[in-house]
Design a protein around this ligand. Sequence first.
Ligand code: SF4
Length: 330
Amino acid sequence: MSEGQSQGELVRVEGLTKRFPVQKNLVDLLFSGREQQWVHAVDDVSFTIRRGEVLALAGESGSGKSTTGRLLLRLLDPSSGRIFFDGEEIAHKGQEDLRRLRSRMQVVFQDPDSSLSPRMRVGEAIAHPLRIHRTPDKRAAALALMERVGLTPAEFLYRKYPHQLSGGQTQRVVLARALITNPEFLVADEPIAMADVSVRAMILELLRELRDELNLTYLFITHDLATAKYLCDRVAVMYLGRIVEIGGRDQLFRRSHHPYTRALLAAIPVPDPAKRRTEPVVKGEIPSAITPPSGCHFHPRCPFATARCREGRPPLKEIEPDHLSACLLD
Ligand code: SF4
């Protein structure tokens, strides 16, 4: 964290759970008579994010990290659990109450092109969230923010349409639009996943600068632990809807405990083969969240699994201050 930032908590999640009903086709509905099946997208997840902190939520596709981000913003309703934002419980608030909080929490999605209307000039798109605010000069506010995120010359780019911008510029537009209401909390959902390598570094650096300047708090969702290392203060690793390890950046990268975290770290490419981590290979793909494995969800792929791992769910245990892991080996 930057100097002078408060240690106070901005977001707290307790026992957050989200299940989606599996859609049945007509034949199933008429003849199968099977019970309703569920996708267990997020399964009893708890964590906090301190004010001014960047928490990475990392894991493979299908681990539940994007669903967790949407639940925090109440873009989805949780099945159960509690969500606190700045001390206020928001898990069960109605849309009317949420409207008041919306400007304080924003999201940046992975695909900037699909986030923007092709028929709206980018300056208008950035100013658009201000339509319900009493900002006297919305155009001037958008231009100032465009300058700040490197969309220059701002007056010239204000009139452009998304298809007239480069990929990096489009991602900056999306970021500016998310920041125009002066939010405190930003969910960045794989914000650089679709960007070129050169653009990625610029966007990450910009996110870091903006965090420091505006005292922002991020939930940074990524499948790439190398990116998490660059930007984040703490990292939570998710597997099949559950957090399997959470700790400070150095704790995770230097003293990771959970076999799944260690496998993800070993998969990060390093230029010097002598420095490559050697870990037993994790087999297969992430299983279906409709019928997750019993006990420790990771047991079918874990090189250290024993019969015990198929039974109870391993609890998240503190293995050192502020560092928790959910493995029976800990
Ligand atoms: Fe592997 Fe068992 Fe630990 Fe799960 S609990 S990570 S299966 S050793």
